[in-house]
Design a protein around this ligand. Structure first.
Ligand code: HEC
Ligand code: HEC
Ligand code: HEC
Ligand code: HEC
Length: 405
């Protein structure tokens, strides 16, 4: 832990975070007087603005003092650069970004060519391309100070250019433009989260699977999977969320309360409506350990699914008989037009799976989950938008299809 970081601070246990200058002094360089005055990043530490214009030598001394304790691997050149930044590189964020609304004081379309020519090559026109970060529009709306800092200075250890030499107002206009880029669609995030819940390895692609060597965490036993469980020697199976929490999201209280899938693990239904942060924290905890495996976007999608994507399977499927509580004649035409192009009129056309008539009777909850969210790694469409009544009707029809080829 950094010696100056408060012991009761949110990131006290994370040296990777609490040694970053921005963690104590803020993206707006104002410390406790700025955006970090409140919330999980609050430390009560002052900003660095008073040192703007100061002799760099003095600033280097501050960085090496007992409060800061910076030393190797930082070398003289690093200290010089940091001091030059503190002395000559700070901008007055309050002048360019409205603290209350977080909006950039710029023109939203005037400099869009700059974004399209300089940034879009890496970030794509809609700002969605890089999978390791959230959609750029959302980032810029959520944290315009960080975004402006990166526009000025670039992103650490990446080829992203630093645009400091351009006219300041141009940069603010670029920021304003980015703030208007679309966010990741919530519905597409939820259904992708549903496919990750089903089988994240398949959704992330077979290549990902075969590239992962024996040291890859998800090739070993999942820390929470019972040693006595039926699939304890099958990490490919038991790292799937559905294996512990069920197709009905009810874990030991649902369909997986008995049989080969029994694990005695609880469901995730209580987390409906939870904030994304707490859910993502669960997925990274020692119990789950997906931290080094999934990307920012994956976590976001999973959390959106857990929070807003679960349905009450018992409402649509009779728990005892497994039959869909729908009208099997009413939406037959939707099967014929949407599903049959791949599955065939009798549901037997996709040859590497059992006939749909059989699987939908054997595992109706799994089938409904896939109809709502799509099948991982396949072109099968997610039909969540059709609504649960219609989907239950389609399921009821599919359950009448032949069980044999
Ligand atoms: C864990 C928290 C923490 C981190 C990380 C940190 N600082 Fe500080 N910094 C402080 C504290 C506390 C003070 C105030 C010390 C005081 O009041 O005498 C300070 C003071 C300063 C000052 C003097 C400000 C003034 O007006 O006197 C500068 C400049 C500074 N830090 C730069 C940096 C830089 C650059 C980095 C990253 C290399 C950094 N700090 C990282 C906690 C931190
Ligand atoms: C050469 C490729 C490249 C160009 C050009 C580029 N970026 Fe980036 N940018 C990146 C990479 C790579 C990252 C970091 C991804 C990561 O952290 O995993 C990044 C990160 C960012 C981040 C931080 C997002 C976050 O959540 O951490 C912002 C903001 C950003 N870029 C804005 C811009 C803007 C605005 C432009 C144009 C002025 C631009 N970038 C141009 C490659 C580029
Ligand atoms: C090998 C088994 C296993 C797998 C796989 C697994 N979990 Fe869990 N999960 C658990 C256990 C055990 C708990 C309960 C911990 C406890 O009781 O505090 C849990 C708890 C949760 C909770 C909190 C539930 C609550 O009510 O507090 C959520 C949300 C969750 N898991 C989501 C997921 C998601 C999403 C995935 C897939 C990315 C996943 N889990 C994969 C075992 C697993
Ligand atoms: C674009 C083609 C396509 C469309 C359209 C499509 N599916 Fe699928 N579906 C697939 C493929 C491919 C698989 C599974 C491939 C695999 O696991 O090897 C699949 C799997 C399934 C499964 C899981 C079966 C199992 O044993 O795991 C169900 C249930 C299912 N589809 C139902 C439907 C229903 C109902 C519709 C219409 C609402 C539909 N599908 C539309 C291609 C499609």
């Amino acid at each position: 832990m950094h010696p100056a970081y408060p012991v009761d601070g949110t990131y006290a246990g994370e040296s990777k975070t609490n040694w970053r200058c921005k963690e104590c002094h803020g993206w707006d360089y104002q410390g406790r007087d700025g955006v970090y005055g409140r919330g999980k990043h609050a430390t009560g530490i002052k900003g660095i603005q008073a040192m703007a214009g100061e002799d760099p030598g003095k600033i280097v001394a501050v960085l090496k003092d007992a409060t800061h304790a910076y030393g190797p691997p930082m070398v003289d050149e690093d200290f010089q650069d940091l001091a030059n930044f503190v002395s000559k590189g700070q901008v007055d964020m309050n002048r360019y970004i409205d603290r209350a609304t977080k909006m950039a004081r710029g023109h939203v379309s005037k400099r869009q060519d700059y974004y399209k020519s300089i940034c879009a090559g890496c970030h794509s026109r809609d700002g969605h391309k890089l999978r390791t970060i959230l959609p750029l529009g959302g980032v810029a709306r959520d944290n315009p100070w960080e975004t402006l800092h990166k526009i000025l200075n670039g992103h650490p250890a990446e080829k992203m250019p630093a645009l400091r030499v351009l006219n300041r107002q141009t940069l603010i206009d670029i920021l304003a433009y980015i703030q208007n880029l679309p966010n990741g669609e919530i519905l597409s995030s939820i259904v992708r989260g549903g496919r990750l819940y089903d089988n994240w390895r398949k959704e992330l692609g077979q290549l990902f699977l075969s590239n992962a060597g024996p040291d890859y965490p998800a090739n070993k036993r999942h820390p929470a999977y019972p040693i006595t469980g039926k699939f304890s020697k099958k990490p490919l199976t038991h790292w799937r969320c559905k294996e512990c929490h069920g197709w009905d999201y009810s874990g030991r209280d649902g369909v997986f309360s008995e049989g080969i899938h029994f694990t005695d693990i609880k469901g995730i239904q209580n987390r409906t409506g939870s904030g994304l942060g707490p859910i993502i924290a669960i997925l990274k905890d020692d119990n789950h350990r997906y931290g080094n495996i999934l990307s920012v976007q994956d976590f976001r999608d999973l959390a959106n699914f857990v929070s807003a994507g679960q349905v009450d399977m018992n409402k649509y499927i009779d728990h005892m008989s497994g039959l869909a509580k729908g009208d099997r004649t009413k939406d037959k035409a939707l099967y014929t037009t949407i599903c049959a192009s791949c599955h065939g009129l009798d549901g037997t056309l996709v040859i590497n799976i059992s006939p749909l008539g059989r699987t939908t009777r054997k595992n109706p909850q799994g089938a409904l989950h896939k109809m709502i969210n799509g099948h991982p790694g396949e072109a099968m469409p997610a039909l969540r938008a059709l609504g649960m009544e219609t989907l239950t009707n389609i399921l009821a029809y599919v359950q009448t299809l032949p069980a044999q080829r």
